[in-house]
Design a protein around this ligand. Structure first.
Ligand SMILES: Cc1ncc(COP(=O)(O)O)c(C=O)c1O
Length: 375
């Protein structure tokens, strides 16, 4: 048997490990920020019809441009954000991971640089490396907020080709102020030949009241890209449908790197069926937000704290030894995510029963595992 390291791998891939949250058989899997609510029966019925219809045409390649789906996605964005988003501004792919990969293929690549404010979504640096660009860690304050002056100075100095802002941020949970995003855009684009700013809004539907989407910044900002997904609020992680909104020229640029027929007819049909049930699907968002807030409210009583969350998860601490606390929760049937931040763990807000199980387990382990509250 040959080991991977004996293969003629690209040098920048050597020594790397594949991305992967543990997929363990456990009673309460609260580690991958999925929506635990089952799909409504009416959608399941419509999916059967839509998929059967699409199956009849499987001898043909799918619509390469995903025209109808992009129109539906533009309609959804326009309706929920109040911003007019045209189909020509929307692009879709197999999960927002693929959307981000296409962005990096078009605007990153060999000899170029991407910058993101860590800790953030761990796939940003991984996709950056896989597509051949260098990665630079952007700075955050100790409380995980972005210091606008320091961040814009760093962007001016590094002059990256791609900048990532995750809002709400994963794994910390907090949405980024629009002023911060606008300032980063200005810092990035103050010279000719500057890069693109990607705002990853995978969790935006869960944001607290008053949070405004970066879609509102699109007019007049041709290098701004807002990426979204149906994996979280829509509860369709298994569908693999991500999308973005940007200037139509960005969408044109992505055509240069996308594989032909990348989005199967079945995926397009299923996504359109789901979008026709948007209101029912998004009804679970308020339920999940209530569970998130219940987790946040329960923590101080256990001598623990959290980072303000606009997402369907909570980063909680401060733990003396997060790896030990992770194991202690797992021993009680609750799988959370160790995101590699000393003193912190991330839990997905799920159903009421899941929150109950998590809070009970955490209550049991907190006396032994909590650390000092100061950071
Ligand atoms: C911030 C962020 N962006 C993007 C994704 C990728 O989502 P998907 O590829 O399922 O659309 C995730 C998934 O966890 C995420 O946390």
């Amino acid at each position: 048997m040959t080991s991977m390291e004996e293969l003629p791998l690209r040098p920048e891939l050597r020594g790397r490990t594949p991305y992967g949250a543990p997929q363990l058989a456990v009673r309460h899997a609260l580690n991958t920020n999925e929506n635990p609510h089952p799909l409504p029966k009416s959608l399941l019925a419509d999916l059967q019809v839509a998929l059967a219809e699409a199956a009849r045409g499987l001898n043909r390649y799918p619509d390469r441009e995903a025209t109808a789906l992009r129109a539906d996605l533009a309609g959804y964005l326009t309706r929920t954000s109040g911003e007019q988003v045209e189909p020509a501004q929307v692009w879709a792919a197999n999960g927002s991971n693929e959307v981000l990969q296409q962005v990096l293929q078009a605007f990153g690549g060999a000899g170029r640089t991407a910058l993101g404010f860590t800790p953030s979504y761990s796939m940003h640096p991984i996709i950056t490396a896989a597509t051949g660009a260098a990665w630079v860690d952007g700075h955050r304050r100790a409380d995980f907020t972005i210091d606008v002056a320091a961040a814009t100075a760093q962007v001016r100095q590094v002059r990256p080709d791609v900048v990532f802002v995750t809002s709400p941020n994963n794994p910390t949970g907090t949405a980024v102020e629009l002023d911060t995003i606008a300032a980063l855009y200005d810092a990035l684009t103050y010279t000719d030949g500057a890069g693109v700013l990607v705002v990853d809004e995978a969790y935006t539907e869960f944001a607290r009241k008053g949070t405004v989407s970066a879609l509102s910044l699109l007019p007049g900002r041709p290098r701004l890209i807002v990426s979204r997904t149906m994996s979280k609020a829509f509860g369709m992680a298994g569908l693999r449908l991500g999308y973005l909104a940007a200037d139509p020229a960005v969408v044109d640029a992505l055509q240069l790197v996308r594989l032909p027929y990348h989005l199967s007819s079945l995926t397009q049909a299923a996504a359109r069926a789901a979008l026709a049930h948007t209101d029912e699907l998004l009804a679970t968002v308020d339920v999940v937000k209530a569970e998130r807030d219940r987790i946040v409210d329960a923590l101080p009583g256990m001598g623990l704290t959290s980072v303000p969350s606009d997402a369907n998860f909570v980063l909680f601490g401060h733990l003396a030894d997060s790896a030990a606390a992770w194991q202690a929760l797992l021993d009680r049937g609750v799988l959370v995510r160790d995101v590699g931040l000393p003193g912190w763990l991330r839990v997905t807000a799920g159903t009421t029963e899941e929150t109950d199980a998590f809070l009970t387990a955490l209550g049991e382990i907190a006396p032994e595992h909590r650390g000092a509250l100061e950071r």
